[in-house]
Design a protein around this ligand. Structure first.
Ligand SMILES: Cc1ncc(COP(=O)(O)O)c(C=O)c1O
Length: 476
């Protein structure tokens, strides 16, 4: 398999067929007697129309009309846009997703796995992976990644752990890996994919946070180029498309049954897909492929490096970087400060400096260097961090006792689906210890579960459940 150094876009020949089709439809309007009922924005609250602009309502239509094609099955300009995306990301087939990467994960579970089958997955998977198991009835075999205790986060998955589980279980439907982690820690997908191939088990990678990787050589290599069978990308997270829009890619040599995934998607998707969101995926792909977009990604990397360098010069602040144990995505900057919790640092940045970060936990906080950020944003942030480092904040230390990053390994006592559909009762949190959970509790971000249906509730869970009075458990 050849891994591209980086894509060569020296020839500017970028097309966006769905964007073009929408433009054409707007320039050639029809008399409309169909959904959406706001009918090009004529039936809407005027303050809202003024807020988002008249044109947004012209774009806000659904598939089937105005020769824009259909999503399920893909036809017309939507199909062309998906084909171009497949080619750009190096896939055999790409599906555009509405309802985010969440629906991609659901379709993977529903399309590929059956009740009772096993899925090897990392404990810090997104809750949509677990929801997928509620739908299909498959059951997790946990990969417990390295714990980066000094950072209070999960680290990379060890290939030998994948091999050990595959060696001892001959009924595994797939290996389902989250890569990178929310904080940007990257696992050795190449080795994991070789192990999966040895056991003839498909590898699906939830690469929700890694859609920029194919567009810059300083970023990690996309799992599509490392042998994964399917990869999910939240284009809306870091790729510049609109919120909720994502992509599911099936790789060239995938051993997965693409039809089954497509059928699952058809059942899960809305029957009124938003053309605005779909066109934003087409636009994001076209932009990333263009020279301008490529330069923008380069600047995103440079800005991240700039911020990291500035933090290197702040004595009591640190940022997570690659070391001999794992690689990181340079654009995700996880910062911690001596003497301040991540949550406290987040509050100071927000209240004193009007800065909003991606997320914060007990230990640190996450900054994203995005394609939409300017260098001056990072100069300002670095200046603020310097100011914070020089000031005494001990008088207002962060008092919350809640733990934010679920770091326990679930003890599963019942099939997730069976537990979810069992008779349940709601009990006071303190009375739930020793009972079996009936619900997913996973706060976003990062959407990693605190409790899973079928999981034994223990004393250790209590520290994460500060905000909950009651928990749903299986009826005794
Ligand atoms: C690893 C991972 N997978 C999937 C998702 C779901 O993505 P979306 O919000 O696009 O539905 C998230 C969301 O945070 C995530 O972090």
């Amino acid at each position: 398999m050849t891994i591209p150094e980086t894509l060569d876009f020296t020839q500017e020949n970028v097309k966006a067929p769905l964007v073009d089709a929408v433009k054409y439809a707007i320039d050639n309007p029809t008399y409309q007697f169909h959904i959406p009922g706001h009918t090009k924005g004529l039936g809407v609250y005027s303050d809202f129309k003024n807020l988002i602009g008249k044109k947004a309502f012209l774009v806000d239509t659904t598939d089937e009309f105005d020769n824009l094609g259909t999503l399920n099955p893909a036809t017309g300009p939507i199909k062309k846009a998906q084909e171009l995306a497949a080619s750009t990301f190096g896939a055999k087939k790409t599906f555009f997703l509405l309802n985010g990467s969440t629906i991609g994960n659901l379709a993977i579970a529903m399309g590929i796995t059956k009740k009772g089958q096993k899925i090897i997955t990392n404990r810090n998977c997104h809750r949509s992976v677990l929801t997928g198991m509620i739908i299909s009835g498959a059951q997790p075999l946990w990969l417990v990644p390295r714990r980066l205790d000094e950072w209070g986060i999960w680290g990379s998955v060890q290939p030998e752990d994948v091999e050990e589980l595959l060696e001892h279980n001959n009924d595994v439907a797939m290996v389902w890996l989250t890569n990178p982690t929310y904080e940007g820690v990257v696992s050795d997908v190449k080795s994991i994919s070789l192990i999966c191939k040895k056991y003839n088990v498909p590898l699906v990678v939830d690469e929700a946070h890694g859609c920029l990787w194919r567009f810059n050589k300083h970023l990690p290599t996309s799992s599509l180029d490392l042998g994964a069978d399917a990869v999910i990308h939240s284009l809306h997270k870091t790729g510049g498309s609109m919120s909720q829009s994502s992509m599911l890619h099936i790789s060239e040599n995938s051993i997965l049954d693409t039809d089954k995934i497509e059928k699952a998607l058809k059942l899960l998707h809305t029957t009124s897909p938003s053309i605005m969101l779909l066109a934003s995926l087409d636009a994001a792909r076209a932009y990333l492929e263009s020279n301008k977009g490529k330069n923008h990604v380069e600047n995103t990397v440079k800005n991240a490096k700039y911020l990291r360098k500035r933090i290197d010069n702040i004595p009591n602040m640190h940022h997570l970087k690659s070391d001999f144990r794992y690689q990181t995505d340079v654009t995700k900057i996880f910062i911690k400060s001596d003497g301040l919790s991540g949550k406290r640092l987040e509050s100071i940045l927000e209240i004193d400096f009007k800065i909003e970060v991606e997320s914060a936990s007990d230990v640190g906080l996450l900054i994203l260097s995005n394609i939409g950020n300017k260098r001056s944003d990072f100069e300002y942030l670095a200046d603020c961090l310097e100011k914070i480092s020089k000031k005494e904040y001990s008088d207002i230390c962060y008092l919350e006792n809640k733990k934010h990053m679920p770091m326990l390994t679930p003890i599963i006592r019942m099939n997730i689906q069976d537990a979810f559909y069992s008779e349940k009762e709601t009990v006071l949190k303190e009375h739930s210890i020793g009972r079996i959970a009936g619900e997913i509790i996973a706060e976003c971000p990062p959407g990693i579960s605190i409790l899973i249906p079928g999981e034994l509730i223990t004393e250790e869970h209590m520290a994460y459940l500060e905000d909950y009075d009651c928990v749903e458990v299986i009826k005794a």
